[in-house]
Design a protein. Structure first.
Lengths: 215, 237
């Protein structure tokens, strides 16, 4: 067998089971939050299946629980890979900034995540924090001055739109990049994919992942 | 692929900076967002402003998902309890009475507001006088058409001049989704006190917390500071 052929068959772990679980549980919670937000926001336009108070409670408690999957995944001893990926999302080279500024038109020695993916992760995380905090103000409003409640309504609405746009973009990219999507479903990517899309990660990680069969 | 010269160990924490920037933006929005929103709303007019995400517009609530459609000629308002003359009023009975017009900001307890909403209706105090509400009664309770919502006011609150049984809103008949054809409008209190689809008023001898109060809202929903220092008349709490 030639080395090249072998390379196309070899796979490496992109997301371990902890990361995938955190991703899909959070994704399902986002779906619930967005679906329940629609009748809460456009109460007059939608015939409601459930009483308003039930929809409100589902939205509220799903929102309150939103940080849990990620926190559990990241903070336990099982979260080593997730924590390292968080560091990757944080740390950018100057080349990555240039890549983003050129809308991806220049070539880079790509990290495990390209700068667009990194930005997506950061925006979803930051928006989630803002939505969580403003949601708390809206629910436990009597602890806050009325001008804050007005501001929190404004910010919660605005960031809800922002996060929906970011998530739609994320879903569109996933559906048009099937091997990347498959790695969030089954955990692995081919070495050929990594060589094309994440050369720097391949160089850094190949040795280690070869010995790590845990997916 | 070209190999960019690898940066040294000096990577830049772009992720953290963007994260903190966005969170700071959100926090600033909470503090000044209300002002921005009303500024934008004023700039664009209430029509366009209402379309903005987070713009000044009514968030329409129905407690049970039903918006009862009640034709004016089918509408009835039953006033009973501790009164000399229990009476059922029709829509035209109400519109034939002396009318009061109020223009005020509609403020929801959770923060959204709609500036300069015009209301027209009969003073609740006038209705109470017509039916001969007993002097020693303590409170007035209100019920919506479907029975889903209930509210109450103390008898003194019910006699405030800016508490009306409204049949016009936004200079038009009150729409179904806004609680038409007749709803309560309690100008000095948060929106949840202004019960929609008003169908019954009872004069009673105890304040009975309504639907929203049983779900945690203050019984005395005074604007700005609930029962606190801005209470227009401390005697009324």
């Amino acid at each position: 067998m030639t080395g090249a052929l072998e390379a196309t068959r070899r796979t490496l772990v992109r997301f371990d089971v902890v990361e995938r679980a955190a991703h899909w549980v959070s994704a399902a919670m986002f779906a619930v939050l967005i679906v329940t937000a629609i009748p809460l926001y456009y109460g007059s336009l939608f015939g409601l299946v459930l009483p308003r108070i039930a929809i409100e409670q589902i939205h509220l408690w799903t929102g309150v629980a939103l940080p849990i999957p990620f926190a559990v995944a990241a903070l336990g001893p099982w979260g080593r890979r997730l924590r390292r990926d968080v560091r990757r999302v944080n740390e950018w080279t100057r080349a990555e900034i240039s890549w983003l500024a050129s809308w991806g038109r220049i070539d880079i020695d790509a990290d495990k995540f390209n700068p667009g993916q990194k930005l997506n992760a950061v925006l979803v995380a930051a928006s989630s924090v803002v939505l969580f905090a403003t949601g708390v103000i809206l629910k436990w409003f009597d602890l806050f001055p009325v001008s804050w409640r007005g501001g929190a309504t404004f910010v919660h609405d605005l960031f809800a739109w922002l996060v929906v746009v970011v998530i739609l973009g994320h879903v569109y990219m996933a559906l048009t990049h099937r091997e990347a999507l498959a790695s969030m479903l089954r955990g692995r990517v081919s070495e050929a994919w990594a060589a094309r899309r994440a050369s720097r990660w391949l160089a850094e990680d190949a040795g280690e992942t070869g010995s790590d069969s845990r997916v | 692929m070209t190999s960019e010269p690898r940066e040294g160990p000096g990577t830049i924490p772009v992720g953290r900076r963007v994260f903190l920037g966005v969170v700071a933006l959100g926090a600033a929005g909470v503090v000044v967002g209300g002002a921005i929103q009303s500024g934008l709303g004023r700039l664009l007019g209430s029509g366009l402003g209402g379309l903005l995400p987070g713009g000044d517009h009514f968030r329409i609530y129905s407690l049970n998902g039903v918006f009862p459609t009640i034709p004016n000629d089918m509408y009835r308002l039953e006033v009973s309890g501790l009164v000399d003359r229990p009476t059922t009023f029709t829509f035209s009975d109400l519109t034939a009475m002396p009318s009061t017009r109020l223009v005020a900001t509609f403020q929801c307890v959770t923060g959204w507001r709609v500036p300069d909403v015009a209301w027209e209706g009969v003073k609740l105090s006038h209705l109470l006088e017509v039916v001969g509400a007993h002097r020693d009664a303590v409170a007035v309770t209100f019920e919506s058409h479907d029975g889903a919502d209930t509210e109450s006011l103390t008898i003194d609150q019910a006699h405030l001049p800016d508490v009306i049984v409204a049949y016009r809103m936004l200079d038009a008949p009150i729409t179904t989704e806004h609680g038409g054809p007749v709803r309560l409008y309690v100008a000095p209190m948060y929106g949840y006190k202004s019960l929609k689809w008003l169908s019954a008023i009872r004069v009673v001898n105890a304040v009975q917390p309504g639907y929203w109060e049983l779900n945690g809202y203050p019984v005395n929903g005074w604007l700005d500071g609930s029962t606190g220092p801005t209470n227009p008349n401390p005697r009324l709490t």
